[in-house]
Design a binder for this molecule. Structure first.
Ligand SMILES: CC(C)(COP(=O)(O)OP(=O)(O)OC[C@H]1O[C@@H](n2cnc3c(N)ncnc32)[C@H](O)[C@@H]1OP(=O)(O)O)[C@@H](O)C(=O)NCCC(=O)NCCS
Length: 182
């Protein structure tokens, strides 16, 4: 995500065939807590967080910041898609050049297996490419995270490298708006 202020945020809600990507609202708080407390969701991203801790820590309007989209299906939050400024201090920063964002996604388990994450991420990437045409997007995921690896391939991320972090094998991929020729 570029520095706040360099592009209008939030954009107008982004509508896809089945979903809306929008800013978080107060009514999303229970779903945000459910997301971070879920053992299935946490399997490859550091584990679930205790529900009582989340009840204390999650603000009334959760996660309102540039690059953070709530994914809404029929008026209810089913997940989040994030595009954040990449932390170059972490492993896997082999790409050079300024302007790099990192894609993240988390969906409630009941929303898995319907193509919603793919649909939402594709829309967020389209928005990003329009707003920041000179920036690439990277994605880091555990290789053991089959669903996430399949999603990365479907979104046309291509492998840059594999590396160890948090005691697990990680995959770093890069996305750019124009598909490679040939
Ligand atoms: C990673 C994650 C978002 C993937 O969710 P997902 O629902 O599997 O991903 P997609 O949206 O790509 O859906 C693909 C599945 O929907 C199915 N599907 C059903 N209807 C579909 C449709 N209309 N269009 C596309 N796919 C459809 C596909 O067949 C596929 O199922 P399969 O994997 O069983 O073959 C989800 O597992 C998750 O939130 N995990 C926890 C958080 C996490 O680990 N994040 C990664 C951090 S980098």
């Amino acid at each position: 995500m570029a520095e706040p202020g360099s592009v209008a945020w939030p954009p107008a809600p982004i509508r896809t065939e089945r979903l809306v990507l929008r800013e978080p609202e107060a009514r999303d708080r229970p779903a945000v807590i459910e997301l971070f407390a879920s053992p299935e969701v946490g399997t490859y991203i550091g584990g679930p967080r205790p529900r009582d801790e989340l009840e204390r820590a999650v603000p009334e309007v959760p996660g309102r910041r540039p690059g953070h989209f709530v994914v809404d299906l029929d008026g209810a939050m089913i997940g989040t898609v994030t595009l954040d400024r990449r932390d170059t201090e972490r492993p896997g920063h082999v790409l050079s050049g300024a302007g790099q964002a990192e894609l993240g996604y988390m969906f409630l388990p009941r929303a898995w297996g319907h193509g919603y994450a793919g649909e939402a991420c594709a829309a967020a990437l389209d928005w990003f490419a329009g707003a920041f045409p000179d920036e690439s997007v990277v994605l880091r995921t555990q290789i053991a995270n089959d669903r996430s690896m399949r999603l990365a391939a479907k979104l046309r991320f291509s492998e840059v490298e594999r590396f160890e972090e948090y005691g697990a094998e990680q995959w770093l991929g890069v996305w750019s708006p124009v598909p490679p020729s040939g």
